[in-house]
Write a protein that binds this ligand. Structure first.
Ligand code: COA
Length: 155
């Protein structure tokens, strides 16, 4: 029997959260760890939607902060599956900060994480393959050696 497939759009996730004083240092800059936690949540939901079974974070492959995020900003995290292996998948997250007073949106960071689907015994289990539907989705993937801050549409 051939392996099931799923389009990228079936699991795409956007998570939004307004940044509060508790998330920041005394200058009003949001902590990197706060952002990273939200990245893991958005990417984890995406992986779970793709696999439809329990997933665990195997690695945080890359986390880049291009611009600061400030208290009051709405953080929008856009996550999608870039690549599916047999039991693991890479999820890319594009991080945008929205200034709610002006509407200005800044691409403040990008991250790539790997999740593994597991069964009730904690053993890795097969996941559907992922089908890109747009040229952007065809062209994504880990950019470990890239200094380029713009990440294509699906991430
Ligand atoms: C992730 C985990 C399930 C892998 O188990 P394992 O028995 O070592 O898995 P395997 O060696 O059979 O590899 C399974 C898949 O995971 C991938 N993988 C394993 N470790 C990885 C790592 N550190 N980084 C990226 N991918 C990894 C393998 O490449 C393989 O991918 P594929 O099936 O798509 O080819 C296991 O190490 C684990 O449970 N780790 C703890 C996870 C955790 O607690 N995370 C934090 C909270 S969610």
């Amino acid at each position: 029997m051939s392996r099931p497939t799923k389009p990228v759009t079936a699991s795409k996730t956007t998570l939004s959260s307004q940044m509060m004083p508790v998330d920041a240092n005394p200058m009003g800059n949001v902590h990197g760890g706060t952002i990273l936690k939200l990245v893991d949540v958005a990417a984890g939901v995406t992986a779970l939607r793709h696999a439809r079974t329990v997933v665990v974070t195997a690695s945080i492959d890359r986390m880049d902060f291009y611009h600061p995020v400030y208290v009051g900003n709405l953080l929008n995290l856009k996550a999608s599956v870039n690549y599916a292996g047999t039991t693991s998948m890479e999820v890319g997250v594009r991080i945008e900060a929205e200034d709610l007073k002006t509407g200005r949106i800044t691409h403040t960071g990008s991250s790539y994480l790997t999740y593994v689907a597991i069964d009730e015994n904690g053993q890795p289990i097969e996941i559907p393959d992922v089908i890109p539907e747009t040229p952007d989705e065809n062209d994504v993937g880990r950019k470990e050696n890239s200094e380029e801050p713009s990440v294509s549409g699906s991430c």
